[in-house]
Ligand binder design. Sequence first.
Ligand code: ATP
Ligand code: MG
Ligand code: MG
Ligand code: MG
Length: 575
Amino acid sequence: MKASQFLISTLKEAPADAEVVSHKLMMRAGMIKKLGAGIYNYMPMGLRVIRKVEAIVREEMNRAGAVELTMPVVQPAELWQETGRFDKMGPELLRIKDRHDRDYVVQPTSEEVVTDIARQEIKSYKQLPKNLYQIQTKFRDERRPRFGLMRGREFIMKDAYSFDRDQDAAKASYQVMAGAYRKIFDRFGLRYRAVAADSGAIGGDLSEEFQVIAATGEDAIVYCPGSEYAANMEKAEALAPAAPRAVAQAAMEKVATPGKSTCEDVAALLNVPLSTTVKSLVLSTDVLDEKGNVTKTQVWLLLLRGDHDMNEVKVGKLPGLADFRFATVPEIEAHFGCKPGYLGPIGLKQPLKIVADRDVAVMADWICGANEEDFHIRGVNWGRDLPEPDFVAALRNVVAGDASPDGKGVLAIERGIEVGHVFYLGTKYSKAMNATFLDVNGKPQFMEMGCYGIGITRLPAAAIEQNHDDKGIIWPDALAPFTVVLCPISPDRFADVKAAADTLYAELLAAGVDVILDDRNERPGAMFADWELIGVPHRVTIGDRALKEGVVEYQHRRDAEATKVPVAEIASLIR
Ligand code: ATP
Ligand code: MG
Ligand code: MG
Ligand code: MG
């Protein structure tokens, strides 16, 4: 590829709504372009990365015996009614109507359709096992789309579904996938961890998430450095004794009840000493039903660290949280631009103007939340790069230093980004949709299923969270949009430079190397800045003076300096 033909559109500044580094860098490197909330154009540079992810996934899925197909993005509601998910799923499921007023959904995943295929195509045990997969657009109307491709509404997922004759066979299929996932994530060249995840009632232990390790990850993962133990926080907590959580929950309720709590309650709740001064406030909102009646009052607690730029929050001294001013529903709607009950997960996007009368002495870090499960306010961000506030940490049963359940050491906690998920389903869908096959005795049996997802478009974002510096992205070779960039210096003035660059370009292309020749005639500074931002791992600079010595300059994206390499050796160095 020649840079002059390609679409390169780098930006000096990231747009204001980009919060995390991967979002900023993907925007600045011209990899994605926002079209709407959680909806992005995959620009040519970004699409090359996505295609690399897909190629690796496809290769390993095929190698593991899975078979590719494509299912429609828009799916008739009837199938979704069969499993009950059309009604049961919340607003994350995008429901649409056609011109005849018939209901459809935009697929968030595809269990219904693939089970429908299986019940028609698979008649006999002789046709099992089967694993069908697609790499296809998904839509989830996420409550809080954010971080660019990390949590989009439209995104690409690889979703695979296994069909087996019995539980043992299904578990074997699951293990094949779990193995294939390890190969896939190894090939990406990222640091990751496979962690046990909650599989609901049916799954037993057969659910694992693949988490890319990154400080900005939304998930907390628990592992034991001395053993194999690794689980996501939910799973780890399910095993831990329930008492501390129940205590914390009770404390939380008390704190969130107007007129009931004191600073000490808050400190006890959060398990922190009464030490630093924080700016803080409490909000309460009424939750309305469809007719507008108040069904319950939610109390939101926001406690914010003192050194944040919160000049719009007034503070004073306060003995008990109950003395805070409670905001009214219209105030909350006006300030947060959302309906009560929806506030928490959206977080605070706009400057906070609801004023607390006083402040309260406690704690050390960002914390916020509500007195309702699943409505904790997470990721509150004041337009700066801040780690996700760990509100729930105080409510956790599992903390770093606890004994590992396998008795082999103590637990550590780190943050991760869920990029893949393997899941044993059992007969949940086959029963609901009557998907049977005839067994050896000619008797109909429900198919045993598993499902296996990979966030194809989330993966590049996760890779960047893990691999970047102040100049830009640093792609692992396996994911880079181009493996090597050739940067001739002033080829318009030096014929030997142009000739050497053209020759090297042709050679690398012939050797099958993914090379881009920067023939834009840019100044070296601008040219280097672009490629460092885009994150191409290998760069070869071709300059007149070095050429006269028979060398060019090679620099890996992680190298501090370039190395002189004889022209003839470049091709073998990069391959
Ligand atoms: P999350 O916990 O992040 O919401 P999930 O558990 O709902 O993800 P799954 O249903 O397990 O997601 O889907 C399989 C994979 O699809 C996930 O592991 C993730 O990598 C990816 N994925 C899910 N939701 C999104 C999204 N909104 N944007 C990008 N990728 C996503
Ligand atoms: Mg989700
Ligand atoms: Mg998840
Ligand atoms: Mg998942």
